[in-house]
Design a protein around this ligand. Structure first.
Ligand SMILES: [Zn+2]
Length: 214
């Protein structure tokens, strides 16, 4: 049901894959991204579970990056192998150098190969909607014109809706794609106190929603 269409090698010589689901000729293009942060591996579990369970073709065109940051995942770190927070590495207008090493986004926007992979995917596939999966705040955050989708996803999961996450995120993907390119972008924050199976039960309908109902 999925085929790999693109891949890159990270600094740590690991693969980042971009996959495409079988599709009918749906009019919407959706991009789903897991594991921006290596210490938030739950998203990849959910994405791979969806890919293995889904048997029928999706109505929409679904592109999936199950794990954007395999080096961080292997190291157990938020950042990639260069010590950079990929979710602060996008070349946004509000970008600045962040001193706090936890959120350090590099000295130059778009410096990381993982970031460039996403930038290229946006150019090439022109998604109408993007879902990224993080943890641990249990909230549906959104950027760009995504309130309608965020409300639906909040209803599906029971997680609260939140437009503003409460702190500045210069160089974030939500700012780059949602605010500056006007692509409706959801940042789904999973709760931290659940097993992967429990998370799947809470979120599985989101994937069918992306696949067929957007
Ligand atoms: Zn995160």
């Amino acid at each position: 049901m999925m085929k790999e269409i693109k891949q890159i090698k990270t600094v740590g010589n690991r693969d980042v894959e971009l996959l495409k689901a079988d599709s009918n000729s749906g009019d919407k293009t959706v991009l789903i991204i897991g594991v921006f942060h290596g210490d938030e591996p739950q998203g990849e579990y959910l994405i791979r579970k969806f890919m293995s369970q889904r048997k029928e073709p999706c109505k929409n065109q679904i592109y999936i990056i199950p794990c954007l940051n395999p080096d961080g995942k292997a190291l157990g770190t938020r950042q990639n192998a260069n010590g950079i927070d990929l979710n602060r590495n996008f070349p946004t207008k509000n970008r600045k150098i962040i001193e706090d090493e936890h959120y350090f986004g590099g000295t130059e926007g778009g410096s990381e190969i993982e970031t460039q992979f996403i930038i290229d995917a946006l150019k090439e596939y022109k998604p109408d909607f993007i879902l990224t999966i993080h943890a641990p705040y249990r909230v549906v955050n959104f950027d760009g014109n995504a309130e309608k989708y965020a409300k639906d996803i909040s209803e599906i999961t029971g997680y609260p809706l939140e437009e503003d996450i409460g702190y500045e995120t210069p160089g974030s993907f939500g700012t780059y794609a949602g605010k500056e390119r006007n692509i409706p972008t959801i940042t789904l924050e999973l709760p931290e106190d659940k097993t992967n199976e429990e998370l799947w039960e809470e979120t599985k309908e989101i994937f069918d929603y992306c696949a067929d109902r957007i």
